[in-house]
Design a protein around this ligand. Sequence first.
Ligand SMILES: [Zn+2]
Ligand SMILES: [Zn+2]
Length: 194
Amino acid sequence: MKKERKMEQEISRPSFLEVAFSQICEESSRSTCRIQVGAGLWRADKSLIAMAHNGSLPGEPHCEDTGVGCLLINGHCKRCDHAEHNAKHYAGVREIPGGHCLSTHEPCIDCFRDLVRLKISYVGYLVEYGNNTEQEKEFMKDLCRKKGITLEKFSSEILVVKNKILKRQQKPGGVFTRYCPLGIKEQFPTDWGE
Ligand SMILES: [Zn+2]
Ligand SMILES: [Zn+2]
């Protein structure tokens, strides 16, 4: 009985933040720069607007291409647009009142100003961005206070969350079960993540 309850907990429905953070991690894997960043924008009702990664301009060489590399100036790669910047561009809207921005990395001050302008009210991230100076951090905190923005690091361990989601996807009716026409289940070990 105890074991069944444990199983139930493990495959319980993930929260909005759990799924959204998992999604931007997938997105970050498409990055072409030395630091893989993924970000997304959601409306106040938690519907997704846009998702993006950091990378070069369309048609331009990628930082990771042989003989190219990052264009580093003061510790920032200037070859790439940031993930939050690209997500805003794809969203194509002036404002997302009460919206959410989630990023794998803490936003830089330039992207953060964009988010303030969009009227985003929740900004979440997984990893601290080491390039923000103390002055920039103070400025961001001040903007948060004035504009009523929550800026916070995700409190859960993302690998645990991803494992929880995968387990749910493997339960009967989940996308990765034997009912899946592609038979994907056979590709995963039965003790995945244990
Ligand atoms: Zn780069
Ligand atoms: Zn940025």
